[in-house]
Design a protein around this ligand. Sequence first.
Ligand code: SF4
Length: 250
Amino acid sequence: MTPPEKDPPAQKRETIHQGHPPDPGKIRSKALLAAYMAKGREKLGTFLDAHGASLPVLGVAMEQFTQSVFALPEETACKQGCAYCCHLRVGVSIPEVLVVYRELAAQTTQEGFAFLKERVLGVAAKGNTLKDAFWHTTRSPCPFLDVDKNQLCLIYSLRPFACRAYHSTDLDACQKGYDLGQEIMIPCFPLYRATTDMYSSIFTRVLAEKGFPSYQVGFVKALEILFKDKRASGRWLDNREDVFVSAKLV
Ligand code: SF4
C-alpha cells in the first residue's frame, strides 16, 4: 500500500497555487476602483488648479465628494445608536480635518466650540491616540460621539470618509471586537468600503502632488493640533509647513 502523500514538495505546491483561476469578480472590482480613483484624482487636481487650494475650495471639494459616496447597502447591520466603530482609531486626510475644524468654528456657538475643544483635548490627553491599542484598551469613544444622550455622531453630516466607509453586516462581530478590545475581521461590503475610503486617499495624494506635506493623520491628534494652534491651518495651507507631522499615521 502506498502511504498517503503528506506535504507536496515546494515545486508541486507552486504548481497547485498557479492552478487557481483568478476571481473575475475581484478583478472587476479592482479595475472599477482604479477607474474611480483616477477620475477622482483628475477631478480634484483640475479643480485645485482652477481655484487654488484654499480652505473654502477644499470645503467645496469635500462636499462634492461626499455627495458622490454611494448609499450604504441596505443589507448592513448598522443602525442608529450603535457606535462600536466610534471607539476605533479614525485615519483622515489633512484637508478633511481642516474642513471639519473650519465648519466647527463656523457653525457652533462659542460655548459649543469650547465644549468640543474640551472633548477633543480630553481624549487626546489620555494617551497616544495614533495607536490602535489606545482605542482598544481605553475603549474611549470618539470625542464627537454623544455618549450622554443617544450615541449619535455630533458632526454626522461632516464626518470623515473613514467614518462613512466603516460598516458591518454582522453586529455580533462588532460587539465581539469591542468586548475583546481587539481588532477582528468585520464582515462588510468591500467595494462600498473601498469606494468611500478612496476620497480620503484622493485628497492625500493630490495635495502631495501639489507640493503640500500631505499624508494620512489621526483624526483626534490632528484636531488637537488645530485646537491648540489657531494658525496651524494657515501655516499648512499658505506656507506649506509640516505642522501635522506629529499626527502622521505610519
Ligand atoms: S466622527 Fe462621528 S462617525 Fe466618526 S468616529 Fe466620531 S462619532 Fe463616530
